[in-house]
Write a protein that binds this ligand. Structure first.
Ligand SMILES: Cc1ncc(COP(=O)(O)O)c(C=O)c1O
Length: 398
């Protein structure tokens, strides 16, 4: 069989289309302000683009497969650990392949940590508005789950949580720090009060901060993502959301104490140390993260955080000004509103949802760095156009 020639024209047309579409992709939390051309240039000329590296194994342990970027992965974790309130000497973490991978580790590490304290099977508690990956992972890991209703802002209902909490069984709580659709932030103080009151036999808290965990450490609300202040056991953050990478990646950080409670599966060719769920792991992602940290720095991330939060406020103000039903939670870059017409949904890659309490069909815009004021103004113009179309139709056949 002869293979067709590599059709570069087809590839170029595809690339052109993607680059065009990214400017109006505002409904999914992928930061399109990606700047990795210089990294990829270096990567190619250094010879690494023609080298098979792999971060298999525990990055903190010497690896028998030496073609890895563990040293850079550790530096990425060392950079972020204090930002999430972990003391560097007590923190353990990895660069994941995305938010779901981070949640998978959080839930799996949680089950093992709880098992070391009690033989009773744990119950997992999570709000109905939390990301579906938590439900999928529960299913995958054979866990019993209690889904707790969320209020109209997308935050876990504390009274319902208290009523569901079983004191006889270990509790694995997944805290949503920025729900996918509404950007609801679960109230960690209230959750802590309930735990203190009900006192389940053992407790593990995993924070899913896929999007908000990217920017909150660089704001005045950093305390919300602090292990030291909030006492959660692990945290998962996506890299391709706030930080702006070209492909999925993320962070999972926990403590050495939690790590020490994991099932230690002995694999001699991996130096007897495999705490990670996946065997092979990307060596490229940690390198890209390391590159970005050095190019951006804390000040750079701070400015980026300020910008998206300011622009989210601007979007909400513009929607209010035209009387368009819209909502935005405090500390959130996510604005949700009455669902517009199909052409707007498509043109702006908007994500749909529904909430009867807010009138039914909704859509949202997650304001990332590529959505500046100019783009927001164009979006509002489209919404106004959409509304006048609707008004014409509603006006009837005159
Ligand atoms: C709150 C939340 N958690 C987890 C995820 C899953 O992250 P990923 O797509 O990186 O696997 C998402 C994705 O949108 C999310 O919004």
């Amino acid at each position: 069989m002869t293979l067709p020639n590599l059709d570069i024209n087809r590839l170029n047309a595809f690339a052109q289309q993607m680059v065009k579409e990214k400017h109006t992709a505002v409904g999914f939390p992928c930061n399109q302000n990606v700047h990795l051309a210089d990294f990829y240039h270096w990567y190619a000329v250094s010879g690494l683009a023609d080298t098979a590296m792999n971060n298999v194994g525990d990055p903190r342990k010497p690896s028998l497969y030496t073609l890895n970027t563990h040293e850079f992965e550790n530096e990425v974790i060392d950079f972020f650990a204090p930002l999430y309130g972990f003391s560097p000497e007590n923190a353990w973490g990895i660069v994941t392949n995305g938010g779901t991978d981070g949640n998978n580790h959080g839930i799996y590490f949680g089950v093992n940590a709880l098992r070391s304290q009690s033989e009773i099977k744990p119950l997992l508690y999570v709000s109905e508005d939390a990301h579906y990956s938590v439900k999928r992972l529960c299913d995958l890991q054979g866990l019993e789950m209690k889904q707790i209703p969320a209020n109209v802002r997308g935050e876990i209902e504390i009274d319902a949580f208290e009523q569901s909490l079983d004191p006889e069984r270990p509790a694995l709580i997944v805290i949503a720090l920025g729900t996918t659709f509404k950007g609801g932030i679960d109230n960690q103080d209230a959750i802590a009060d309930v735990l203190e009151k009900v006192r389940p036999v053992a407790i593990y808290r995993h924070v899913d901060a896929a999007l908000f965990g990217g920017y909150l450490p660089f704001t005045e609300h950093a305390h919300l993502v602090s292990h030291h202040l909030r006492h959660f056991d692990s945290i998962a953050v996506s890299g391709h959301k706030f930080f702006g990478f070209d492909e999925p990646l993320g962070l999972f950080i926990t403590t050495n104490k939690i790590l020490s409670r994991q099932n230690s599966i002995r694999v001699s060719y991996l130096n007897d140390s495999v705490p990670t769920i996946s065997c092979s792991r990307s060596a490229l992602s940690p390198l890209k993260f390391w590159w970005q940290i050095h190019k951006t720095g804390i000040d750079g991330y701070r400015k980026q955080s300020e910008l998206i939060l300011k622009n989210a406020v601007y979007l909400k103000q513009r929607l209010d000004a035209i009387g368009y039903p819209a909502w935005k939670n405090h500390m959130s870059n996510t604005v949700y509103f009455k669902r517009p017409g199909e052409w707007i949904m498509k043109k702006w890659s908007l994500a749909p949802s529904e909430d009867i309490r807010l009138g039914g069909m909704l859509a949202h815009d997650t304001v990332m760095r590529h959505e500046g004021k100019h783009t927001i103004d164009r979006f509002i113009e489209d919404l106004q156009q959409d509304r006048s179309d609707v008004t014409c139709t509603e006006a009837g056949p005159f």
